[in-house]
Design a protein around this ligand. Structure first.
Ligand code: PGA
Length: 233
C-alpha cells in the first residue's frame, strides 16, 4: 500500500524517453521532485528506436514512447496526446490556404529527423499510404535544429506540437493539410517481468495522474486552423 510510504520514498529512478518528451517531462518532474525530495532521477532522451533498444536491454525502470512496440513482454499505459503538425515559415505562401490536399506537398521540400525517429516514421507512413512523394531535402537529428532550418526557409517539417513554444510561433506557422495533425499518443512502458521498485511505481502513478488535462496547455495554439485530438478539448 503506497499510502503507508507517503513521504518516505527514496532511491533512484531510471527513465528513458523519446526526444520530444523533453518538452513536457521536466515540467512534470519539477513538482515530482518537490514532493519526493529523496528520489534521485536519471533520464535519457534519445529517439524511438534507441529507447526500444534500452527496453530490450532492460537498462531503465520506465520508458516513454509515442508508439507501442509489438511486444508481449511489455505493459503500457497511455497518458498524453502527441499531435504531429506540419510547420512552415510564417510567411510561406501555403499558410494562406486552408484544407490543402496532401499532394500539394509534392512541390515542397521536407526536412526530416534521422532514421530511428518515430516522428519521421509517422510522416513517411502517411506519405506512403497516400501515395504522395515529397523530396527530402535535409535530415537532422534534432527537433530544435529542424525548427531553425524551417525558419531559414530550407523546407517544411513535421514536428510534435509539444516541441513548439509560443515564441516559436512568432516565426513558424502550422499548415492546414489533409492528414495532419497525425494523432499519436504518449505511452509509459515497462517490462512485465520486471518488478517495479517503489520509486518507479510512485513515478508511474504520479505521471498518469498529473498528465491528465495537461493537453489543455496546448489551448493557446487552438484556432490556428488545426484539428486537435479529442483529449485537447
Ligand atoms: P522520436 O520521438 O521522433 O524522437 O523518435 C517520438 C516517439 O517516440 O514517437
Amino acid at each position: 500500500n503506497l499510502a503507508e510510504f507517503r513521504g518516505m520514498e527514496q532511491g533512484h529512478l531510471r527513465l528513458a524517453a523519446a526526444t520530444t518528451a523533453k518538452y513536457f517531462i521536466p515540467k512534470l518532474l519539477n513538482s515530482f521532485c518537490q514532493r519526493y525530495p529523496n528520489i534521485g532521477i536519471s533520464l535519457e532522451f534519445t529517439n524511438h528506436n534507441e529507447v526500444l533498444e534500452r527496453l530490450n536491454k532492460n537498462l531503465d525502470d520506465l520508458y516513454i514512447l509515442s508508439r507501442l512496440p509489438e511486444q508481449e513482454k511489455i505493459e503500457a499505459e497511455s497518458f498524453l496526446c502527441n499531435p504531429l503538425v506540419l510547420v512552415a515559415p510564417k510567411r510561406h505562401p501555403l499558410t494562406r490556404q486552408c484544407r490543402l490536399p496532401l499532394e500539394s506537398l509534392e512541390k515542397e521540400s521536407l526536412i526530416v529527423r534521422e532514421r530511428g525517429s518515430q516522428t519521421r516514421e509517422s510522416v513517411e507512413q502517411l506519405l506512403r499510404q497516400q501515395g504522395v512523394s515529397v523530396q527530402i531535402k535535409l535530415e537532422l537529428n534534432s527537433n530544435e535544429a529542424i525548427k531553425q532550418a524551417v525558419v531559414e526557409g530550407l523546407g517544411l517539417a513535421v514536428l510534435s506540437l509539444h516541441s513548439l513554444s509560443a515564441t516559436d510561433m512568432n516565426q513558424l506557422a502550422i499548415l492546414n493539410v489533409e492528414g495532419f495533425p497525425i494523432h499519436r499518443q504518449w505511452h509509459v512502458i515497462f517490462l512485465k517481468e520486471k518488478k517495479l521498485s517503489l520509486v518507479a511505481r510512485t513515478f508511474l502513478d504520479y505521471l498518469l495522474k498529473e498528465s491528465q488535462g495537461y493537453c489543455q496547455a496546448f489551448s493557446s495554439l487552438a484556432g490556428k486552423g488545426i484539428v486537435f485530438p479529442r483529449e485537447l478539448k
